[in-house]
Design a protein around this ligand. Structure first.
Ligand SMILES: NC(=O)c1ccc[n+]([C@@H]2O[C@H](COP(=O)([O-])OP(=O)(O)OC[C@H]3O[C@@H](n4cnc5c(N)ncnc54)[C@H](O)[C@@H]3O)[C@@H](O)[C@H]2O)c1
Length: 350
């Protein structure tokens, strides 16, 4: 792999690496031969995810249970290791909670990022990849969405993403730090081993864990918010992307950031999506195929802030990162179902 061949990146710090997306990224990085450090406070995850990452890859993850806002403890990690690049995922991510607890969201997501960036400057770490989101496009006027679309977040969670993007742009302009902003569309699915996947605490905020729990008989029915959108069947359309495809986008982003050397732009932005939308009902039907039985659902009122249709134009990432989402919806729901049946209580063992 180029990042190794050129010897430019050996050790990657993954913040939030015990989480859903982070654990899949750790697998890809370890499989690429990189050393992986994780900082996570386990506020929305379990260390068991990292044990499973080690099981899948046969390699070791160096784990630090630290709140990223705790500058003194974060500093010890940078003092102990030579870090070549950071993938920054740590953050709170529930839109609903962010509307109830905006200060907690701004505090956690923004101050963590500021601490991290101070460390990058202090220890001359030159490369950072940030987990942004399609939520920064708000309610796009048309689809598919390109990176040039106007940015407008509609809730505090989305605003933390927008603010962090702006902070990173400023830092990239003023320093030698190179930034890649990856705007994720809707990651779903799980690792094909069934060992790591999405394990939400309490009621799931995302569609797939909800459907999975209904399919398992842990919940009665899926509530579909809005059946009168101007879409193929009236339900909302999103760009669902397999979490493993998304994770692979990160190793490609690291390759791009180091391969480009001094020629590269200091801040690059890419959509990571498939370029296709699926409605909620299409996802439920695909899931029924995977699990072999009917999923009960009920259409209820629209939720404020939801948009009818949002899917990516991923052409820039296809071209510049040489990355493409490969897995179809059928594989995404099959892997989600496999994970759910193997781990009915997520990572909890009791
Ligand atoms: N899952 C999605 O649908 C989605 C879509 C777009 C963007 N994102 C972004 O991707 C990132 C990862 O999302 P995920 O779905 O894996 O979420 P997740 O909650 O599973 O992972 C986030 C991790 O960050 C950790 N964390 C939070 N605050 C921390 C802090 N102050 N210090 C240390 N660790 C902290 C949590 O414990 C968790 O393990 C997030 O930044 C999220 O906003 C997710």
């Amino acid at each position: 792999m180029r990042i190794l061949g050129r010897g430019r990146i050996k050790t990657v710090l993954v913040t939030g690496g015990a989480g859903y997306i982070g654990s899949h990224i750790c697998v890809e990085l370890l499989d690429a031969g990189l050393e992986v450090l994780v900082i996570d406070n386990l506020s929305n995850s379990s260390q068991e995810a990292l044990n499973r990452v080690e099981k899948i890859t046969g390699k070791t993850v160096l784990f630090y249970q630290i709140n990223l806002q705790d500058k003194a403890r974060v500093k010890t990690v940078f003092e102990t290791h030579t870090i070549d690049a950071v993938i920054h995922l740590a953050g709170l991510k529930s839109v609903g909670d962010s509307c109830r607890l905006p200060l907690e969201y701004y505090q956690n997501n923004i101050s963590s990022t500021l601490v991290l960036l101070e460390m990058l400057e202090q220890f001359s770490v030159r490369n950072i990849v940030f987990s942004s989101s399609a939520t920064v496009y708000g309610d796009p006027a048309t689809v598919p969405v390109t990176e040039q679309f106007p940015l407008r977040a509609t809730n505090p969670y989305g605003r933390t993403k927008l603010m962090i993007e702006e902070i990173l742009r400023d830092v990239a302009n003023a320093s030698h730090i190179k930034v890649v902003l990856l705007r994720y569309f809707n990651p779903i699915g799980a690792h094909e081993s069934g060992l790591i996947g999405e394990a939400p605490n309490g009621t799931p905020n995302n569609l797939l864990p909800y459907i999975s729990q209904v399919a398992m008989g842990q919940r009665d029915k899926v509530l579909i918010f809005g059946g009168d959108y101007p879409t193929i069947d009236g339900t909302g359309v999103r760009d669902y992307i397999h979490v493993v495809d998304l994770a692979k986008g990160h190793t490609k982003a690291l390759q791009e950031i180091v391969g480009n050397g001094s020629k590269g732009e200091s801040c690059q932005v890419y959509n990571l999506g498939t370029g296709h939308g699926h409605s909620v009902i299409e996802v439920i039907k695909a899931f029924e195929q995977a699990c072999g039985h009917k999923i009960i659902y009920e259409i209820v009122d629209r939720r404020s802030g939801d948009v009818a249709e949002c899917y990516a134009n991923p052409a820039l990432a296809n071209e510049k990162l040489n990355w493409r989402a490969e897995k179809e919806l059928s594989e995404m729901v099959m892997d989600a179902w496999h994970w759910q049946t193997q781990n009915p209580k997520g990572y909890k063992i009791d």
